[in-house]
Design a binder for this molecule. Sequence first.
Ligand code: UDP
Length: 465
Amino acid sequence: MDITTTTTTTTTTTTTSRPRLVLLPYPLQGHINPMLQLANILHSKGFAITILHTHFNAPDPSNHPHFNFMPIPGVAEENLPVSSTDNLIRLMHYLNDSCLQPIQGCLEQLLSEVAGVACLITDAQWFAVQTIADGLKLPRIVNWTSSVSAFLSFAAVPLLRQMGFFRPLSGDEMKSEELILGVEPLRVRDVSRFLTSDPEGASELMELMVQGMKPAQAIIWNTFKELEEFQLPKLTRGFPNQHFLIGPFHKYFPTLSSSLLTQDRTCMSWLDKQEPNSVLYVSFGSLAGVEESEFLEIAWGLANSNQPFLWVVRPGSVKGSEWLEPLPDGFLETIVKGRGYIVKWAPQEKVLAHRSTGGFWTHNGWNSTLESICEGVPMICSPSFADQIPHARNVSDVWKIGVELKNGFERGEIESAIKTLMVDKKGLETRDRIKNLKEKVNLCLKKGGSSYSSLEDLTNYILSC
Ligand code: UDP
């Protein structure tokens, strides 16, 4: 098998005395970012790193010259079902199926050529890889790239099934604020979005991921103790693995980039010209899409709010359009009169850290949620599916650091949520609360802090594997 790497061949690693870790990221933006951040963290702790990756959405080795990269051979990119979020379920099955043998081949070759491979760290979405690791007697550690709350919601899927939620909800249920016992903070109204438009398919994968984590030696969490302390007793009761909460990963090396799309940096000089805390940053991540009618509601909500905004519209994210064609003529120049700026992809962490950014309208992907918390930027929540739903619940109702849009994309509600967050007294209180959390982030990463200590424990744990 040809395993020549883009930078160096794996055989070069035999010369190093550092214990080696093999990291297997799942090839989507929201998963690649935290895995490469983790790779850098562990490298700084003295480990040599091999990144085992698909050709599809491959990380750029030139951004990480201190790692070895090993492509998984034999998976034809043209067969990948990745054109929309509807295909995410098929993608996960496809990858766990078709990559299994090539991954086994890569690992066997690595183990035969390189001394001192300490363990394999995989994304939870590579649930089928546990069998290979067991066969090779290679300890597998899971990197869970979402929150503990989301994990526990996934683990509660059998309970939701028992409770009879796998059916279309009635009109009243779709509005019901009642919390579901054992699956808090989810409410009855949240269930259908949590389980997606394909409840059987989505829940099957959630269960496979959770089951795939049970035999793992340990789980690494991109979160911090102080944020999710209220969930930890339930986690350790149900899952007696070793747990290491060492996040937020992206704060360890803030200049690192693993963006698959080119970030448009012109928005930074536009932000420089705005008033402090005045700009609403709008982005729904790398996967979520909207209908054209929803896109127009978003546009009019932003226009009517009279608040400056920086809006990421990913090409292809508006169904049936290439980019901005559905916008009314003269939207930026005459309707919002220069108060808005639109880009295809932004340097999000930098945008959130900019003094002009005062709010983040987000889909509540875990990276986005955590990045917002780290910069003390309060949120407007528009989650679409799966883990985004518990995140939005925590943001709006548990941590109270954001406001939720309850009726999807509706211009009147959008305008009022923007005003609440950016101008009203309630928004100021929300801002104070998230600034407090930001302080907790800073403390947890300092010497003696919870994540700092957990990383020390993780390092020792891997060395003892
Ligand atoms: N991101 C970015 N530029 C953008 C929008 C998003 O760099 O214009 C990054 C963002 O910083 C985050 C990731 O893409 O790290 C998105 O991950 P998340 O978990 O929030 O959502 P997903 O894309 O997985 O739905």
